[in-house]
Design a protein around this ligand. Structure first.
Ligand code: CS2
Length: 473
């Protein structure tokens, strides 16, 4: 098929998808898959992006009319492509009305989301809507929303009133049972607003779960400078990513309407859970462990961390001895091979993924990435010294002071409280007990089992430092 025809299909496609939370990840993953599906099979699946917080992405992308460059950084060099599937970027705080109107358009069939773990305003331990969340309080009181669940519910309310079908809500965030989570918060919020609306969404709505994977570090100003010096054009919308990508999608869409994702390598399955567990625990669990231990050991990026033999050995054994034994492999997947591939992906020096970036929002990430495996190992009587050390390293990290005595800029919705808890006791036992008491993160039964081993690991970290602690295992 001539490339011109493919480009024509992409640039002529009308908007059929609204995406909430237009960060680098979606532009380097979902948007590219969707563009390829449209190029291949056609369909009105162009994307209108929405930034829920700041105008930065819109301002960066507007000069090129929302077309942008995606650079793939492989171990053997880079490949560039122009992505043309995004038509517009709306900034929610500037024009909530325009966002709702876009979502309520009869042409829009799917709303995709990457709003990060905390964007769902749920209680991670129960998966239910956190009704006392300040944004949810606002969304209950006003028809123009601020939160992602608020936008979904208010837009669905307009569609319900207009006699339209609901859009499919497809989350692309790294949460277990992500479809169920978003469905749960939408139904909880809708029920508080209008029970008839909630009943309609419950009956007609579709919320496929997905597993998404591609390593996409935040774009750095020097990446933009370097590329625009080469291309001579505005590259402010640049995204950089690794070659690997995977998207596993539960094939459950309103009226079966979706882009031809299966034609471009998206795995359409009836149950995403096994894929999700594998990815969240093996990739993200190892990422978070390396982020805390690597940061404390003085490493700036994951690739630097992997170049340190002590940490590379640590993560290899973390996979084989502690994470893989607790997993059921997806059909046809060899988990040892998956681990070997992850090792190579993490070691890719083209990708400068900051340990600090991955360390962000640990309170929202720990349960599904690390604690779920820990809980299963405890039940099965398997020891998990490396996962215990990772939890202790998170504690040391949220304490806010690094091993050289310098402050750590901890980004987490619970940062202030975590810091206070760390400082509330003088001993490793006391610090561990205080932090294990945070109910949003630790289930009480698990917390009591973690107390002794995590306190011991934290003691080691405080006296020996991260690198030596890793070597001692
Ligand atoms: C990372 C993820 O920042 C993080 O917490 O672990 O963004 C990770 O790079 C992606 O999930 C890879 O698919």
């Amino acid at each position: 098929m001539p490339a011109d025809l493919e480009i024509e299909r992409v640039v002529n496609a009308k908007v059929g998808i609204v995406h909430l939370g237009l960060g680098a990840f979606y532009r380097a993953h979902g948007a590219i898959f969707i563009e390829e599906a449209v190029a291949r099979s056609g369909g009105d699946w162009a994307i209108a992006g929405v930034s829920l917080q700041s105008p930065t992405t819109r301002d960066r992308m507007a000069p090129r009319n929302f077309e942008y460059t995606a650079v793939e950084l492989g171990p053997d060099g880079e490949t560039r492509r122009d992505v043309r599937i995004i038509r517009d970027v709306l900034v929610a705080p500037e024009s909530p009305e325009a966002v709702l109107a876009a979502m309520a358009s009869p042409d829009v069939k799917i709303v995709t989301l990457t709003v990060t773990e905390k964007g769902y305003c749920h209680e991670p331990s129960t998966g239910r809507l956190n009704q006392s969340h300040p944004d949810i309080q606002k969304d209950l009181a006003n028809a123009l929303p601020v939160s992602a669940p608020g936008y979904l519910v208010r837009a669905l309310q307009r569609r319900f009133a207009a006699g339209l079908a609901p859009f499919t809500v497809m989350t692309c965030d790294n949460l277990p049972h992500n479809g169920k989570v978003v469905r749960g918060v939408v139904l909880d919020l809708a029920r508080l607003i209008d029970p008839a609306l909630a009943d309609w969404i419950e009956r007609e709505g579709r919320f496929p779960s997905t597993m998404v994977d591609r390593i996409v570090p935040a774009t750095k100003p020097e990446d933009i400078e370097r590329l625009s010096a080469v291309t001579g054009r505005n590259e402010d919308g640049l995204v950089v990513h690794e070659p690997f990508r995977q998207w596993v999608v539960e094939d459950d869409f309103v009226g079966g309407e979706r882009p031809d994702l299966g034609a471009v390598g998206v795995e359409l399955v009836s149950d995403v859970a096994v894929y999700e567990h594998m990815k969240l625990r093996m990739l993200n669990g190892a990422h978070s462990s390396l982020a805390y231990l690597g940061y404390l050991s003085g490493h700036k990026t994951i690739a630097d961390t992997m170049a340190d033999e002590a940490l590379a050995g640590f993560v290899t054994r973390l996979w084989s001895e502690e994470i893989i034994p607790a997993l059921t492999p997806p059909p046809g997947v060899d988990l040892a091979g998956y681990a070997a591939a992850l090792k190579a992906r993490f070691a890719n020096t083209g990708i400068r993924h900051l340990t600090w970036q991955i360390a962000m929002d640990g309170s929202q990430k720990l349960p599904q990435r690390i604690l779920s495996t820990l809980g299963e190992n405890l039940k099965a009587g398997r020891s998990s010294p490396r996962l215990m050390l990772a939890v202790a390293a998170w504690m040391r990290y949220v304490g806010g002071v690094d091993e050289a005595g310098a402050p750590i800029e901890v980004k987490d919705p619970l940062a202030a409280r975590l810091r206070e808890l760390f400082d509330s006791a003088a001993t490793a036992e006391g610090k561990a007990a205080a932090l294990l008491g945070v109910r949003e993160i630790f289930d009480p039964a698990l917390a009591s089992q973690l107390q002794a081993p995590v306190a011991e690991a934290l003691g080691l970290l405080l006296s020996q430092g991260a690198r030596k602690s890793v070597q001692s295992l």
